[in-house]
Write a protein that binds this ligand. Structure first.
Ligand code: 5GP
Ligand code: MN
Length: 342
């Protein structure tokens, strides 16, 4: 943070704080938010965590989950009041205010001091203090580093360390993606020293599936995986009916895109899902193909170079057609053989 000393002064006296994070928070979004909340509470601040929507059941073990205010579950007025009255609003794990839906304008209009902590590409300029790096694998890694920069490492307890560890574990794909840097391992070693039970966190996040979720995965792999030869691309398109048939809950489709990307030779993978609010898309790539640019240009989204998301207001069928059509623009780029390690 450029103006760290000024930031230290601001947070040295008790404040009314709101922490918010993106639509359908994942482990990094929620873990970094609840980890930061735990820390700021210990510093004597009054802290509320507001999420735009609900999130997966496999995240509800995190300390502080019980007090999370879910905006679109009847908490619209309460959230608006908290943001209006806040001295500080922290925005975690997203880079533009449209990622928090209606909360975005409330945050923009609030007179509070705004703090952005994030690792996504091309951040919007709206914050007074910015702790941002695309070198960071996870926002949780940045929260750890910020707490240390503030000289407060000793305030990180077992609860905080486990929430932060969850964010780093998932955003590195369990330490598999190229964002798994030396700093990632260093921070995780520190989190273990501070109490994180890593086996417990892995079990809670990855291995607490419902039978419906596992059966849906089997169905998707067998029936829905489409490989586009010549484009080194594989994708799943999941209809609203199919979600219903497998009693799909928030988080049940997370990770599906990685199965498409795991196929040898595949460079670009996507999942297109017909959600009630819009058609949502997840994009992943290996190597130079930027899914951030792809998502920004065609599907009102963005994220990271190799992991992005987007959405479409077209019908589900039209979105799938558009996806296949726009791929033609990238045929030259996608058709070259992937660089392998061997
Ligand atoms: P996922 O595919 O797991 O939902 O998201 C992959 C990455 O892209 C995450 O870093 C996420 O924050 C970002 N992302 C997902 N959906 C959107 C979107 O609609 N807009 C933007 N700007 N980023 C998104
Ligand atoms: Mn993240």
């Amino acid at each position: 943070m450029q103006n760290l000393e000024a930031f230290k002064t601001v947070i040295s006296s008790p404040k009314k704080v709101v922490i918010t994070t993106h639509h359908k928070p994942d482990a990094d979004a929620l873990g970094s938010s609840l980890g930061l909340a735990g820390y700021l509470k210990k510093k004597g601040h009054e802290v509320s965590v507001i999420t735009p929507t609900d999130y997966a059941d496999f995240l509800t073990w995190m300390n502080g989950n019980g007090e999370v205010i879910i905006f679109n579950q009847g908490n619209e007025e309460k959230s608006e009041r908290l943001i209006k009255e806040a001295d500080m609003v922290f925005c975690l794990d997203f880079s533009s205010l449209n990622r928090i839906n209606e909360l975005g304008e409330m945050v923009r209009e609030s007179k509070s001091i705004k703090v952005l902590i994030d690792h996504h590409l091309e951040p919007e300029e709206f914050a007074d203090f910015v702790y941002w790096s695309t070198q960071a694998a996870a926002t949780a890694e940045l929260v750890y580093d910020l707490i240390c920069d503030l000289g407060d490492r000793q305030l990180i307890d077992k609860h905080i360390s486990e929430s932060l560890y969850a964010g780093i574990m998932t955003d590195t794909g369990s330490f598999k993606h190229p964002n798994t840097t030396k700093n990632v391992f260093n921070v995780c070693a520190q989190l273990v020293e501070l109490g994180a039970d890593t086996a417990k966190v892995s079990k809670l996040v990855y291995d607490t599936n419902s039978l419906d979720k596992v059966k849906f995965l089997g169905y998707a792999l067998n029936e829905k995986l489409k490989v586009l030869d010549g484009f080194n691309t594989a994708y799943f398109a999941i209809s609203a009916d199919e979600l219903k048939r497998f009693n799909s809950k928030t988080g049940d489709t997370e990770g599906l895109v990685n199965y498409a990307l795991s196929i040898e030779g595949i460079k670009f993978a996507a999942v297109i899902i017909d959600r009630t609010e819009a058609v949502k898309m997840s994009f992943r790539s290996i190597g130079d193909f930027s899914v951030n640019e792809f998502a920004r240009k065609h599907f009102e989204g963005g994220g990271h170079k190799n992991a992005s998301g987007g959405k479409s207001d077209l019908s589900f069928e039209e979105t799938v057609k558009k996806f296949e059509n726009v791929l033609n623009e990238y045929k030259d780029e996608l058709s070259t053989k992937i660089k392998t390690y061997a």
